[in-house]
Design a protein around this ligand. Sequence first.
Ligand SMILES: NCc1[nH]cc(CCC(=O)O)c1CC(=O)O
Length: 351
Amino acid sequence: MRENFTVGTRGSHLARTQTTGAAEALSAASGLQPVLEVIRTEGDVTTGSLASLGGTGVFASALRAAVMDSRVDLAVHSLKDLPSAQPAGLEIVSVPARVDVRDALCARDGLRLSELPAGARVGTGSPRRVAQLKAVRPDLDIVDIRGNVQTRLARVPGLEQHDDHAPAAVGSPRGDLDAVVLACAGLDRIGYDWAITERLAPTVMMPAPGQGALAVECRPETAAAGDTLAAALADYDDAVTRLQVTAERSLLERLEAGCAAPIGALARVERGQEPGSELATGGGRLVLDAVVASLDGGRLLREHAGVDLPAVRVRLEDGTADAETLDLARDLGIRVAEALLAGGADLFPDT
Ligand SMILES: NCc1[nH]cc(CCC(=O)O)c1CC(=O)O
């Protein structure tokens, strides 16, 4: 009988914070001790495993290889960093309840997006964010930036505070931008919500598929072991989040997009309006909104569609969504993706 479980994590402050949170929840539910192992994203990886993982998602690949090779039992990923195709031999065993899905504007002097002066310099490395920023504020000067959260925030006057966990990179410019855009989820998780000056509405800045959600991955035999760890993993899965991200990632896969492509997608579950009606029986409606942008932000295609979730099959209150219900979510993602393609999304670069 096992007494502990091992969890692989990337080394960044955000990754370690996310992994620790998941490991503690699984430990409390299983009665087993978690052992964290930092997996470097380069080297220390067998070529045999990597080859089967595909080309995209370099950060996720090293972690995934460690699970496949049984060096660790579990890996905790930011779901939006995972390639949409699921490798054989790995299973996303839990998608815990999602946190804030929105993107965050972190600006000098508490400014909101509409308050930035004409020509303001805004930093982001994400084509999805570039295109959507340009669509609402074509006057902005968008600057390509890289680095960890502290390095990015240090580009904005007044936000350059950093801590011992992850100091800003030496030699990177400081205070030269009016604002940067980051995910709310990452900032909230590491206690940097103080840097957020506006949580951007998804109608303005559609988040990346899977943003704000985590994925716990394991080998199929770990999920099927029938022990307290397997039970804790099943319990840790959140039915509503799982349905949402299934639709969002299915759309991404149908658009055959990589992680950096300018695609935003957000699904939500609408429940019965009358108290006790659909909530009581557990059904609802899954709605998916998506945007595909041309890189210059000059064209934005939007689509949305919804599907009813039969109460007989999905029991959201119990935290379960069966295979047929997840298929409905997958079909919804494909339907919205095909509507975007019919609207000309395939003519855009990088989609
Ligand atoms: N691409 C990097 C990445 N992957 C996950 C998060 C934040 C956490 C999340 O969205 O779940 C971030 C940082 C960011 O985009 O600002």
